[in-house]
Ligand binder design. Structure first.
Ligand code: ATR
Length: 272
């Protein structure tokens, strides 16, 4: 049995062990997947110990994705650009770092929701780690334009500058969104976690707009409630992204692509 885990702080409520156990069952892979807690500042100690115990891989959640980025001996391009690692693979004495969050988001939108990103006007709200983690895979889908809106404009501008080589990005403040509409609007701020709403002006949603919150929750987040009240065409939370990023990690580790739809539905029922 090959050992894997998800590391974070807090970690008790992580759904990753459930998701990977379902993938293992469905694909017949013989793995064990546990939760690992680390005190702040103790990431390396805990991971070194896990590796010494023969672990094959690790998922990383808040607040350790930067620690994992620094821990990795080798990085994929998307992890390097994200400056964050959510998937480590231990092989031949080395730690390989990748970031599957962006692919998870893109697959959920383009495949599960059947909402192609190519040629669409995409608006992403926020300019923190959650945004940095998904920009390269989003831009690879060739949206006609990608707009980053943030309260602190300079952070959005820094991202637009850094990721400009991957595609057309503009940075704006929220007030500059007035009078504009978008095809896909992604909330990647941490506002939903405090039951709050980014200061988006009215009128940015249309009846064809997909409103996507990277946070998942039982009911509608404040962002999705606003989108609904403005008659956005489609609403989605981040549960599908969570399962898709896990599926991509599983594929990296085991070489098999697990089916996700049934697992997402199961998880949705469990959380209800
Ligand atoms: P994460 O890793 O989740 O992205 P982060 O790096 O702390 O976390 O970034 C949080 C993001 O959410 C930032 O873009 C923040 O905006 P500012 O940079 O202007 O602070 C955004 N954010 C948090 N709460 C928000 C709110 N209530 N309204 C709008 N944006 C919010």
């Amino acid at each position: 049995t090959d050992r894997y885990a998800v590391i974070g702080n807090p970690i008790a409520h992580s759904q990753s062990p459930f998701i990977h156990a379902e993938f293992a069952k469905a694909t017949g892979e013989d793995i064990a997947y546990e939760r690992l807690f680390a005190e702040l500042g103790k990431f390396k100690v805990v991971v070194d110990e896990f590796v010494a115990a023969g672990a094959k891989g690790l998922n990383i959640t808040l607040p350790f994705k930067g620690d994992a980025f620094r821990y990795a001996d080798e990085l994929t391009e998307r992890a390097r650009a994200a400056e964050a690692v959510n998937t480590l693979t231990f092989k031949d004495g080395k730690a390989y770092g990748d970031n599957t969050d962006g692919v998870g988001l893109v697959r959920d939108i383009a495949e599960n929701l059947d909402f192609p990103i190519k040629g669409q006007r995409v608006l992403i709200l926020g300019a923190g780690g959650a945004v940095r983690g998904v920009l390269v895979p989003l831009l690879e889908q060739k949206p006609s334009a990608l707009t980053i809106a943030n309260r602190t404009l300079i952070k959005a501008e820094a991202l637009a500058h850094q990721f400009g080589q991957f595609g057309p990005i503009e940075a704006v403040g929220y007030e500059a969104l007035a009078g504009r509409t978008f095809d896909i609007i992604i909330n990647a701020t941490s506002s939903s976690l405090s039951n709050d709403l980014p200061p988006i002006p009215r009128g940015v949603f249309t009846p064809r707009t997909l409103a996507y919150d990277m946070v998942y929750s039982k009911g509608l987040t404040p962002f999705l409630a606003r989108a609904q009240s403005e008659n956005a065409g489609m609403l989605a939370d981040g549960l599908g992204m969570l399962v898709e990023q896990a599926a991509e990690s599983f594929r990296i580790w085991r070489g098999v692509q697990p089916e996700t739809r049934a697992v997402t539905n199961l998880l949705r029922d469990l959380l209800a």
